[in-house]
Design a protein around this ligand. Structure first.
Ligand code: DGL
Length: 255
């Protein structure tokens, strides 16, 4: 079975890692749209267009399942992709919400994500459907922090505290990390929030696809990025915990 995963950049490798740890035999093709990252500050129309282009690239690779690892793309483009494609399409929002509902003892759930994800209301609406109250916050500095590898220590802690102090004061029964990059800051977020379940949508999506996945194949991994910056290979290897080879690809602007 071949799974296609796309994200706006390297953050989706957290989702890839969670999937690979669980299903070691599947073949994976990953596309990180590093030339156009961030998606989290862009309009819905642009995020949808980029998502269609990334998906078409992966469809051409012969995938059987598409995982939209990017929360921003999942917020805006999931329905379009589900309608347009003939293979199963899974986003990260529903798995994260379901896991939060399962693990929280009360009914107030915090959600953090990019400005676009929070503005879309995708998490908030779904939590509402599950009868949960939500308190949400965009944390735009978390993405560059993670990309710079500043995930622990004083600076990371202060920035985490700056964004999360309202949520902590309000008190939540679980906190959803609604952005691919945030699992990289999980330790620091956890340190600041104390004993609150922190829901990593990367793990949640890996669990969610259990029913549709067949763990068979060669276990191959093909990584494509639309831009290869000097730091990319290092960052990607660091996130995946293994030395990897990355390919450069130009995703066409209109397909
Ligand atoms: N991948 C994006 C997300 O999960 C974060 C980075 C970006 O803004 O593109 O929302």
């Amino acid at each position: 079975m071949k799974i296609g995963i796309f994200d706006s950049g390297i953050g989706g490798l957290t989702v890839l890692k969670a999937i690979r740890e669980r299903y070691d035999k599947v073949d994976i093709v990953y596309l990180g749209d590093t030339a156009r990252v961030p998606y989290g500050t862009k309009s819905a129309e642009t995020v949808i267009r980029y998502s269609i282009e990334c998906s078409n690239f992966l469809i051409d690779k012969g995938i059987d399942l598409l995982v939209v690892a990017c929360n921003t793309a999942s917020s805006y483009a999931l329905n379009t992709l589900k309608n347009d494609l003939s293979i199963p399409v899974v986003g990260v929002i529903e798995p994260g919400v379901k896991k939060a509902v399962r693990l929280s003892k009360g009914d107030k759930i915090g959600v953090i994500g990019t400005t676009a994800t929070i503005k879309s209301g995708a998490y908030q609406k779904l939590l509402d459907l599950y009868g949960k109250k939500s308190i949400s916050k965009a944390c735009p500095l978390f993405v560059p922090l993670a990309e710079e590898g500043i995930t622990e220590g004083e600076i990371a802690y202060k920035i985490v505290a700056y964004y999360l102090e309202d949520i902590k004061r309000e008190g939540v029964d679980a906190l959803i990390l609604g952005c691919t990059h945030y699992p990289l800051l999980k330790n620091t977020i956890s340190k600041f929030m104390g004993p609150v379940p922190i829901i990593d949508s990367a793990d949640a999506v890996a669990e969610e696809i259990e029913e549709i996945i067949e763990n068979r194949g060669e276990g191959t991994l093909d990584l494509y990025f639309t831009d290869i910056s000097p730091n990319l290979q290092n960052m990607a290897s660091r996130i995946l915990g293994e030395n990897i080879y990355v390919n450069h690809i130009n995703v066409p602007c209109s397909l």
